[in-house]
Write a protein that binds this ligand. Structure first.
Ligand code: UPG
Ligand code: MN
Length: 489
């Protein structure tokens, strides 16, 4: 990689040691399979079925093991050069849209969503180039209220984060892990920020508990009037509300800096039309954002994930904007980490193998798989654009809208993109944004759907049982009580 590159690829150390180790396992597997093949009991001998069963199981393991070696053979790590990015592109950094999805104000409490959204709004990135969209599949006025609170608190939180270079910038996580002492230079400021944050979360919690936004609060934003009494989470029209318009010269934080755009969206729901879970929400977000900001880069974050690195966008841009390799990059996937795990992680829930081995291993074969949350995409790659070697992205493309445009008209135009019939008889979900097929996800699904979604798993489980029948026979129907090998020989 030449000096001009915005990122470097480094191969993991200790590869030779791993390969020697893998070869010893391969030799072991070959010997076992050889032994199985050459010692097969004759047709009249007892235990032939069990022998074949065990051989099949071992063969299956060997196949699985060999396939998984592709992920371990050559791990690569990527290092980005953000200083070079700044030197070359600081003045013409591309616009970035961030999509956050939430589905249910009780399963995913609005305060959690607020903290996630604030961690994204506080990215170390020019605010006028950043737009955060929240998709609320619950269509809940409680979540909208929480977003309105977030838009107010952001005016204090963002400058505070930037001034003291806080990490992480999700207030819930920051305040639960950071403790101030009176020796701290900004102790007073820290304390008043904490109080401001706690007051907000208490208000949000109280209103979520009561299930109703008081009338006097509704006067704070025109958006509250969108909710009518007959609306439910499963049946309501589309709602798009721009809570902060980054193009508005008066949308400033409390030290006078611009704020990122913040948009609330609840796509139309009707039980007659399938909503396709998160994938459906992402498709609507793609269209709604194209009317409002139309940024070239899109980051998707689930509402229960916060960002722990305020430079993340710059890291991702080092891949997209790289002069030599940038045009080959359609998406940049970040790993996911989890809090609150059990001490010994008995069930492997931290996904450390996936994060530390698999993703880096697949990367050496041309790129990691798309795993959902924490992924940056080029908008073009989701909109059906076909890859060509000499494609040049227009990084400064935007929605082309005017700051003077009537906001309500703009919102209405965006709402028309989020109807539940929009995708019928179109290429959405096929040529456009194949996410619909790939990541349909379930939160509130009926039993019929469960069967439909798990059909493949059920089929595979059935096959595994069928393959293992010989083993069960060997184990359960043996006439003696000795060890299985003793009997077979
Ligand atoms: O009808 C729905 C259902 C879900 N969601 C949202 O989709 C996201 C993911 O749903 P969740 O149930 O939290 O999925 P997880 O199993 O926690 O996450 C896995 O599945 C996600 C969806 O494929 C990926 O983004 C993640 O990376 C992966 O860890 C959440 O933000 C939900 O709010 C919607 O917006 N609408
Ligand atoms: Mn989740």
């Amino acid at each position: 990689m030449g000096d001009s590159s915005l990122f470097a690829t480094e191969q993991a150390r200790g590869r030779a040691v791993y390969r020697v180790y893998a070869c010893t396992i391969l030799a072991g597997i070959c010997l076992i399979l050889y032994y199985r093949a050459t010692h097969l009991p004759a047709t009249w001998q007892e235990g032939r079925g069990a022998w074949i069963g065990l051989s099949l199981a071992e063969f299956w393991y060997a196949f699985y093991w060999i396939m998984t070696q592709s992920a371990c053979w050559n791990l690569v790590y990527r290092r980005t050069f953000k200083d070079k990015l700044s030197q070359r592109y600081e003045e013409r950094l591309p616009n970035v849209d961030i999509f956050v999805c939430t589905a249910d104000p009780y399963a995913e409490p609005p305060n959690l969503v607020v903290s996630t959204v604030l961690s994204l709004m506080a990215y170390n990135y020019p605010p006028e180039k950043l737009s955060v969209y929240l998709s609320d599949d619950g269509g809940s006025i409680l979540t909208f209220y929480a977003m309105w609170e977030a838009s107010q608190f952001a005016k204090h939180w963002i400058p505070f984060c930037k001034k003291y270079r806080l990490e992480p910038r999700a207030p819930a996580v920051y305040f639960s892990s950071s403790h101030s002492s009176s020796e701290m230079s900004h102790h007073e400021e820290w304390l008043s920020m904490k109080i401001l944050y706690e007051e907000m979360t208490n208000r949000v919690d109280a209103i979520v508990m009561s299930g109703k936004v008081p009338e006097e609060l509704k006067a704070n934003h025109k958006g509250f009037s969108q909710w009518k009494s007959e609306m439910t989470s499963k049946k309501h029209p589309s709602i798009v509300q721009i809570l902060i318009d980054g193009k508005d010269p008066n949308a400033l934080d409390n030290v006078g800096n611009a704020l990122p755009t913040l948009v609330y969206m609840a796509r139309e729901k009707d039980p007659e039309y399938h909503h396709n879970y998160k994938a459906g929400a992402m498709n609507s977000l793609l269209r709604v954002s194209s009317v409002i900001s139309n940024s070239t880069i899109i980051l998707n974050v689930d509402c229960d994930m916060y960002s722990n690195n305020s430079d993340l966008i710059r890291d991702a841009l080092c891949f997209f904007l790289d002069e030599e390799k940038g045009c080959d990059t359609a998406f940049v996937q970040n790993p996911q980490n989890y809090n609150n795990m059990t001490k010994n992680d008995t069930y492997g829930n931290t996904l450390s193998v996936m994060n530390e081995v698999d993703l880096c291993g697949y990367d050496s074969w041309g790129g990691p798989p798309y795993i959902g949350t924490g992924c940056f995409h080029r908008r073009e790659s989701l909109c059906g654009m076909k890859y060509t070697k000499d494609y040049k992205e227009d990084w400064n493309k935007g929605s082309g809208r005017n700051p003077q445009d009537d906001i309500r008209k703009l919102e209405e135009r965006a709402e028309s993109q989020a109807t539940c019939t929009y995708e019928l008889n179109t290429l959405w979900g096929h040529e456009l944004n194949t996410l619909v097929c790939a990541t349909s996800h379930a939160v509130m699904r009926g039993w019929a759907n469960v069967l439909e979604m798990y059909f493949l798993q059920i089929l595979l489980c059935g096959l595994v049982v069928a393959i293992n029948v010989a083993i069960y026979e060997g184990l359960l129907l043996r006439k003696d009580k000795g060890s299985i090998l003793g009997q077979l020989q």
